[in-house]
Design a protein around this ligand. Structure first.
Ligand code: FMN
Length: 337
């Protein structure tokens, strides 16, 4: 049996990427019902932020319960580790995950030098409660992957620079990062970044991935809460429509919007540190993603997608996307690993 499926109790080696603002119970349950692993991301099911950590965690509890009403299959919740001492928001969500007996977590760790692996505050309670750990570091590396393996994680997600969302601070493409990490660790690895059709999915498996971790392609699905005008924009766009700009500690890409033009102006006219500062203010954290992608406001928000955006042009049910991407997969396929 495929080791990712075995470790996570799922039928198909397909994980839906955690996406700020852009997940909710319906979307996550659709992925899990299709046989993959759905993940409730930061602010799942929400349309506005609350500054209160308890309310943040209670909102996640409500979304977990809603998801449970829609699927009996395993799904996950995102925990953001900041590499040092984990935030009070994350710790409150961890309590809810344990109380609600969520079987799997996606740990969004840092991976920066001096901050490798899973935060200690998360590790102990997760292990004590036998919760499965999928770890995706913002800055993937051999050193980070080895620490994560040593800590007892179940699955490591190697992320290539082709992805959507916050880009890895080192510019290493998906085809390079996967074999690099694969050679260093023994736990199963999923590849994130640029997997958006059957060819790219097959390529990931042939290079040694045991699962695919997909964000951009799932934005154009019936169940995804992205605004309809943005789904249409994504479906008709390609990688050459994307521009890249810096926001500390890394980079983002966006399809054309008014806000993107302003972010690019800073990118072209300021030095690195000034750009970090100016763009941080303009982006408002992931607020610009909510405005652009959930509300569909292409003046004041941005539209974050990966390079795989060239590879599809249809809005489809989640199940059809999962099945299409896995249509070339079989456990006997030739692997270079
Ligand atoms: C709109 C958007 C928002 C994202 N937000 C998050 C996030 O909050 N946390 C996270 O770990 N990854 C986030 N990601 C990254 C995805 O989880 C995943 O790694 C990525 O989408 C995979 O690459 P792909 O987009 O090429 O499929 C986001 C991606 C997108 C497209």
């Amino acid at each position: 049996m495929n080791r990712v499926c075995e470790a996570l109790g799922i039928e198909k080696p397909f994980i839906q990427g955690a996406m700020s603002w852009i997940t909710n119970a319906e979307f996550v349950a659709a992925v899990s019902n299709a046989g993959g692993l759905g993940i409730l991301g930061p602010n799942a099911g929400q349309t506005e932020l609350t500054p209160d950590p308890v309310e943040t965690a209670e909102r996640m509890r409500r979304e977990i319960r809603k998801t449970r009403e829609m699927t009996e299959k395993p799904f996950a919740v995102t925990l953001i580790g900041n590499g040092n001492s984990t935030s009070v928001f994350t710790m409150k969500i961890l309590d809810v995950v344990i109380e609600e007996k969520v079987p799997v977590v996606l740990i969004n760790s840092y991976g920066f030098p001096g901050m490798l692996g899973i935060d200690k505050d998360l590790l102990k309670p997760l292990k004590e409660n036998k919760i499965k750990m999928v770890v995706r570091s913002i800055l993937p590396s051999v050193e980070d992957a080895k620490v994560v393996e040593e800590q007892g994680a179940d699955v490591y997600v190697a992320t290539g620079f082709d992805e959507g969302g916050t880009l890895p601070p080192r510019i290493i493409g998906s085809f390079s990062i996967l074999p690099m990490i694969k050679d260093a660790i023994h736990i199963p690895i999923c590849l994130a970044g640029g997997i958006a059709d059957v060819r790219t999915a097959n390529a990931a498996f042939v290079l040694g991935a045991e699962g695919i971790y997909v964000g951009t392609r799932l934005l154009c699905t019936d169940e995804c809460p992205v605004a309809p005008n943005v789904k249409e924009l994504i479906a008709r766009s390609g990688a050459t429509d994307l521009e890249i700009f810096r926001v500390a500690p890394s980079y983002y890409r966006s399809l054309p919007t008014k806000l993107r033009d302003k972010l690019m102006e800073n990118e072209h006219s300021l030095n690195r540190d000034q750009t970090y500062e100016a763009n941080k203010k303009l982006m408002g954290g992931t607020g610009g993603m909510r405005i652009g992608m959930l509300e569909g406001d292409l003046e004041n928000g941005y539209v974050s997608v990966g390079n795989g955006v060239s590879l599809f042009d249809k809005i489809m049910p989640v199940k059809d996307v999962v099945d299409e991407l896995l249509s070339g997969y079989n456990e006997g396929m030739i692997k270079f690993s």
